[in-house]
Design a protein around this ligand. Sequence first.
Ligand code: CA
Length: 227
Amino acid sequence: MYYDAKNMKLLVIEDEPKLNAGLVEGLRERGHTVDFAFDGIKGEELARSEFYDLIILDIMLPERDGLSVCRNLRTYKIQTPILFLTARDTTEDKITGLDVGGDDYLVKPFSFDELSARIRTILRRAPQAASDILELDKLRIDTRAQIVTVNKKKINLTLREYCLLEYLLRNRGAVISREDILSHVWDRFHDSLSNVVDVHLKNLRKKLPIDYAKRIETVWGKGYRLV
Ligand code: CA
């Protein structure tokens, strides 16, 4: 599947525990990083503090309803694509959702295939949040094809090494903690007690030409920095 080829970061805001868990699990199985919230306030906080490729937002939520969350995010100039979930199959509800800046809606109950199709459609027409090509001198990453080259020569990386390098490049110059890497590149609930980041970073350095490997600095006690 097209969108599954890319490791995306998604946010699920849904108060029904079973549906929330089902969505999170299904999306993670497809290789995505997924954060979740059960109410509108917590969901909006996450949406404003982290970068997501897409937000799945229920309309009827405790604390703050989905329409208000969407309206607030757009007010703060956060343009992350939003897919509304609604239990109410009324035209009025759908129109309101799209009026406040949502990208599409899905009426409950829905199948995972329907959800996948809707996500693909939204992402196809959404403006790219970031450029497809990232460059660092002669090092080039095509984020759509997930191909890394140096001087046009392809570097073979595992998916995690690739994601790690892309994340470092997107945040070049900044010190990135292991925590940051775990929450953005890896699922925050997996592997968080091991030295998984260091191991993958070591492997990534080995695969890069020495000039580039040296540019990933270890900042003692803090994390890493690409210079
Ligand atoms: Ca609900």
